[in-house]
Design a protein around this ligand. Structure first.
Ligand code: ZN
Length: 100
């Protein structure tokens, strides 16, 4: 009685797994990209809501905005440098702006 798999059967199984991996790779990459974009926009929204909550109580809005951004740490999960045009306006060159 035969036990285990032959070499040809193992090669066929490995080829099937490789083809399935190649077919699913684009959707996995797209899911990661869309997740990173959502995290980036959500971080921007969190910073903006904290800024708009605190800004009526200070005269130096620019310092407050920079302080909130520094406390927040990395905004974009891709490590993109966020453009800060004015207090209350953030823009990620890769993912866009949540303030629009
Ligand atoms: Zn981003």
């Amino acid at each position: 009685m035969k036990k285990g798999f032959t070499l040809v059967e193992m090669i066929v199984i490995v080829c099937i797994i490789a083809v399935l991996s190649l077919l699913s790779a684009p959707s996995i990459i797209e899911t990661i990209r869309s997740g990173n974009k959502q995290v980036c926009l959500d971080n921007q929204k969190a910073i903006l809501s904290e800024y708009y909550a605190k800004s009526p109580y200070t005269d130096n809005k620019e310092t407050l905005f920079k302080q909130i951004i520094n406390e927040y740490g990395e905004i974009c999960p891709n490590g993109t440098i966020i453009d800060i045009t004015a207090p209350g306006h953030l823009n990620c060159p890769l993912h866009g702006s949540a303030s629009n």
